[in-house]
Design a protein around this ligand. Structure first.
Ligand SMILES: [Zn+2]
Length: 161
């Protein structure tokens, strides 16, 4: 079966930026499960997986426009510490997770830590970067009705919701 919209794919990946490894699914042992065509992956990786089959390996070099976007200037914001998980551990240069008022979370880069507030850069940490992915496709299958309704893949044994 070929990967594409409304198919569920399990894959292992290693992401490198500027010649440095950033993250790898091999670090967790478990492959990543994704439902294609529902915004679970950055556009460049969706394109790279199109038409691939189980057992295939591929390398994808993804420009910022197909990744996390270009960096935008003027996205620095001063945020009360209460919006951060583990605010006490924040240091400049770190990536932190910010809880959004409208719900959900966002990864931001810490610029300055004050007494009660933190200055952060709201650009995604990978904005403006060319992403190099090494991907191995483990499995391609049809999505279930439930997965299509939820808009994400359900890994085996994950019945948490
Ligand atoms: Zn679900």
């Amino acid at each position: 079966m070929k990967a594409g919209k409304d198919k569920v794919v399990s894959l292992h990946y290693t992401l490198s930026v500027d010649g440095e490894k950033v993250e790898s699914s091999h670090d967790h042992g478990e492959p990543l499960w994704v439902l294609l065509g529902h915004g679970q992956l950055i556009p460049g990786l969706e394109k790279a997986l199109e038409g691939r089959e189980a057992g295939e390996s591929l390398q994808a070099r993804i420009a910022p426009a197909d990744g996390y976007g270009e960096r935008q200037e003027g996205l620095t914001q001063r945020v009360p510490k209460k919006y951060f998980q583990q605010a006490a551990k924040l240091k400049p240069g770190m990536t932190a997770v910010l809880a959004l008022k409208q719900g959900g979370h966002r990864a931001v880069v810490v610029q300055k830590v004050g007494m009660t507030t933190v200055d952060v850069d709201l650009n995604h940490p990978m904005a403006g970067k060319t992403l190099n992915f090494d991907v191995t496709v483990n499995e391609v299958r049809e999505a279930s009705e439930e997965e299509l309704q939820h808009g994400h893949a359900h890994p085996p044994g994950d019945a948490a919701h």
